[in-house]
Design a protein around this ligand. Structure first.
Ligand SMILES: [Zn+2]
Length: 411
């Protein structure tokens, strides 16, 4: 191996202490002192690998290894160091730390690429704090949407304020954007977050593409009243309507057994949330994903019809907001071939597989060719402190990433 497995493991262990919860969990929200601490740690390793580092105005940590021809478009790699509120040690972290290790191996071997390499830890990939993710990776491409800076977290802090508190200047976003054509390609290593590789007994997978998520927020409005006195037929119970819609989401997503479609309601807010007041308002989120966009669109239509039916039945008014709507994005054939070749060279039988979760690579796919390497994660568990990938598998992934970078840069 060209990468240093022990060093990589030490980096994972050190990073896992930042925002540690319980024995093996992580809570490292985006744009907080904890993420800043993680950035400081990672920036030190980037500098040690020969990179110059800075935090841009979107809150991304960027390390750059200057090539001998700095005018060339860059090879970009990375992922994210922010975590879910109840997350694990590897989601996102793997992509940043393995990329740093790949660059470190390049400089240690004295290789001098012509093209510059950048390693990025993107701001707010996870999307739970302001209920919209991929902030940093969309930001650098000029793809933020109107109103994003006014989105608030649960404490009422706007994204704009969080950025300013983090040391960024939203007035200067332009300075941190990448011009079209300035990124040659993007590589992201990530734990699979699903069970396919684990079930197949394979440590590494070559990603074929990312299925697109549709994120909706549904708001139902009924009428509050005393739970002891309002007769059942006269009620306008927003929570009852929400319950039926949640079941409908599940039915729609599972109508054809074996399909990769997934549909989930995982957050719900009830107003006024008192045990003896009928719920007047209910707001919940829907997450619908499929690698087949036509099917996903058909299912979305079904869901909207069911919402109309169910709310009519319970005499509720409703509002549906679309927060995110991305189409499936496929990895570049030439990068898949290179990654596959590197796996073969290491005697790895690496299957090709789709990614259900989205990643920063999804945003980058609109700006350049991209490729992804998946590392096996135990039982497919992720977004959970139990998330686990072995250091052996992660080292293999870093080695494949290193070989891929070398091949692309021709060094
Ligand atoms: Zn991730």
């Amino acid at each position: 191996m060209n990468i240093n497995k022990n060093r990589l493991q030490q980096h994972f262990e050190a990073m896992s202490l930042v925002g540690k919860i319980g024995e093996t969990g992580t809570c490292r929200p985006t744009m907080t002192a904890l993420e800043k601490e993680a950035f400081t740690l990672a920036a030190g390793w980037m500098q040690d690998a020969g990179m110059k580092t800075h935090i841009d105005h979107f809150g991304n940590l960027i390390g750059r290894l200057e090539g001998s021809n700095p005018g060339l478009s860059v090879l970009m790699m990375g992922s994210h160091l922010d975590s879910q509120p109840y997350g694990g040690r590897f989601d996102g972290v793997a992509g940043v730390l393995c990329a740093i290790e790949a660059v470190k191996a390049i400089t240690e071997m004295g290789l001098k690429p012509e093209r510059s390499i950048e390693v990025v830890s993107f701001a707010d990939e996870e999307g739970w704090r302001f209920t919209k993710g991929l902030f940093g990776s969309r930001g650098i491409l000029g793809k933020l949407e109107p109103g994003e800076l006014q989105r608030k977290d649960k404490d009422g802090i706007t994204r704009e304020q969080a950025l300013i508190d983090f040391g960024c200047d939203p007035q200067k976003f332009r300075e941190s954007e990448y011009k079209p054509g300035s990124i040659h390609c993007f590589l992201e290593l990530h734990i699979e977050q699903g069970p396919v590789l684990d079930l197949a007994g394979k440590p590494i997978g070559v990603v074929s593409g990312i299925s697109g998520p549709l994120w909706l927020t549904v708001k139902l409005k009924g009428m509050a009243g005393h739970t002891g006195s309002v007769p059942m037929p006269l009620r306008k119970d927003a929570l009852l309507g929400a319950a039926e819609i949640i079941v409908a989401v599940n039915e729609i997503a599972t109508q054809v057994p074996g399909n990769p479609t997934v549909g989930t309601v995982a957050t719900i807010n009830v107003f006024p949330a008192s045990r003896n007041i009928i719920a007047e308002e209910c707001v919940f989120t829907v997450d619908l994903r499929d690698i087949d966009l036509d099917r996903r669109n058909r299912y979305e239509k079904q869901l909207r019809e069911r919402i109309a039916e169910i709310t009519a039945k319970h005499k509720l008014s409703y509002e549906i907001t679309e927060d995110t709507n991305s189409e499936p994005r496929y990895c570049a054939g030439w990068i898949k071939e290179i990654i596959g070749g590197q796996c073969k060279a290491l005697d790895l039988d690496a299957p090709e597989l789709m990614s259900g979760p989205f990643h920063d690579a999804l945003a980058l796919s609109y700006a350049c060719d991209y490729g992804m390497i998946f590392v096996r994660c135990k039982d497919g568990i992720s977004h959970n402190p139990l998330e686990y990938a072995s250091y052996e598998d992660l080292a293999l992934g870093a080695e494949v990433l290193f070989g891929t970078v070398r091949k692309i840069l021709n060094v």
